[in-house]
Design a binder for this molecule. Structure first.
Ligand code: C2O
Ligand code: CU
Length: 470
């Protein structure tokens, strides 16, 4: 399927397509009552496919069901999802359902919540999808390499009342480090690089293809679901001549607003749902630029208007705020406060390691003085189930860190001591160097949950901890 055709598929067609593909409706499930749901089989396996396009070679990747990104799973809010993973990779793997508040045993964390799924083995994931929104799935075992070789897929949990748009489009932003023959550079786990920004690649893809053009029609309204599925690259997208309105972050509805300075910033694992009014003229062009890294801006994709007449003369009303999801509201007055301090890495530019206060040392990154080795860790914090917490996460390093908590969404209530304007619910919060984010949540999901940086080299380099809810 070509990149362009991919992007032109509208939601209706896709639903037909996806049921033909792999997902089948089912009812039943472990709770007895007839719970509607979907079931699909995923095979994780090597595959050779086209990332860059002619005249370049195809690329050997690791895929779910022979596609990159893997199949887009769509399910309605409240339904059950059952996915049987068949591991045909040369190494063990797991799947983590990023941002979905699953029961602990379905969270896909090797050695902590499940035994890694060995080559030739299968594992059935099954859970309810409590909250609508844009999510994704990826391995949590050797994830820097496995995500870096292509393993990632989209999970969309549909609202009962979605915003009214003409097209619902997903852009999975990928980042690859390729050789001149378009093969993947086999340099995973470089420790020097891991102490800096992580393994940022040289080739950016949208939905698994190096993008050239994205076809639009004058007057149409898009819902664009942006997912940063890259191992390390941070994006800062600007839609030239357009005014995107953010309606959800990390799947969670937010007061619709234009992004600050018109730039949508997404660290690894972060998502933004935007409403985009295609207000250009028929036959005109615009483009999307990524301006995140200073001095390294590039044009990501051209927006090409067809010659068709404007779809509507008068624009639709501005999008209303979508209905909130089901997270309990943290009680900030009685919340217990804790802090998490991120440390380690190179000092900006000077090539010196930051001092680590205590800890095991050697791995480069730490949280509260402890550099994690592997996932099976003694808890950094033990929280009482049902209680509200505020966690002050302070970045004492010279690098950005997108910090992710499993099993919960949290409100970002303050940054650098100042209340945030939107009090956004997130599952991954990007914290710039030397800054702090205060996050609040009710610890309502029992189990041992990972808390880690989603720059995967930082995570594997020690910036990872366990928060227990008991
Ligand atoms: Cu998206 Cu712990 O991961
Ligand atoms: Cu990090």
């Amino acid at each position: 399927m070509s990149f362009l055709r991919d992007l032109k598929i509208d939601r209706r067609t896709f639903l037909v397509g996806s049921s033909a593909l792999a997902a089948v409706a089912f009812s039943g499930g472990s709770r007895g009552a007839a719970m509607p749901g979907r079931e699909l089989a995923l095979a994780a396996r090597p595959k050779r496919l086209q990332l860059v396009g002619a005249p370049y070679n195809d690329t050997d990747v690791w895929s779910y069901n022979a596609s990159v990104p893997g199949p887009e799973i769509r399910i309605r809010q409240g339904e059950r999802l059952r996915v049987v993973l068949d591991n045909q990779l040369p190494q063990a793997t797991t799947i983590h359902w990023h941002g979905v508040r699953v029961p602990n045993g379905m969270d896909g964390v090797p050695f902590l919540t499940q035994k890694p799924i060995g080559p030739g083995e299968t594992f059935a994931y099954e859970f309810e999808c409590p909250d609508a929104g844009t999510y994704w799935y990826h391995p949590h075992h050797h994830s820097a390499e496995q995500v870096g070789r292509g393993l990632a897929g989209v999970l969309i949990i549909e609202e009962a009342e979605p915003v009214e748009v003409d097209r619902d489009v997903v852009w999975v932003l990928g980042d690859w480090r390729l050789n001149r023959d378009a093969s993947i550079v086999d340099d995973f786990g470089n420790r020097m690089e891991a102490t800096m920004a992580g393994r940022i690649g040289n080739t950016v893809t949208i939905n698994g293809r190096v993008p050239e053009t994205f076809q639009v029609r004058a007057g149409e309204r898009l819902r664009l679901r942006l997912i940063n599925a890259s191992p390390a690259r941070i994006f800062g997208l600007e839609f030239r001549k357009h005014r995107p309105v953010i309606i959800a972050l990390d799947g969670q509805p937010i007061e619709p607003h234009e992004p600050p300075k018109g730039q949508i910033v997404l660290g690894p694992a972060m998502r933004a749902d935007i409403v985009l009014e295609m207000n250009g003229e028929p036959d005109s062009k615009a483009f999307v630029r990524d301006t995140f890294y200073e001095g390294r801006a590039y044009r990501l994709v051209d927006l090409v208007y067809s010659g068709e007449p404007r779809l509507r003369e008068r624009p639709l009303d501005p999008p209303a705020r979508m209905r909130a999801n089901t997270m309990p509201e943290p009680d900030l007055v009685n919340a217990e406060r804790h802090s998490a301090v991120l440390q380690g890495g190179m000092m900006g530019g000077r090539g010196m390691m930051m001092g680590m206060s205590g800890g095991m040392g050697g791995m480069g990154w730490s949280i509260n003085g402890v550099a994690a080795t592997g996932h099976n860790l003694a808890p950094m914090l033990t929280l009482s189930r049902g209680r509200s917490y505020v966690l002050a996460v302070r970045n004492d390093t010279a690098w950005y860190h997108p910090v992710h908590l499993h099993g919960h969404s949290f409100r970002v209530i303050a940054r650098n001591g100042r209340p945030t304007r939107y009090r956004e619910w997130l599952d991954t919060v990007l914290i710039p160097p030397r800054e702090q984010a205060d996050i609040a949540f009710v610890a309502d999901n029992p189990g041992d949950w990972m808390f880690h940086c989603h720059i995967l080299d930082h995570q594997e380099g020690g910036m990872m901890a366990v928060i227990r809810v008991a």
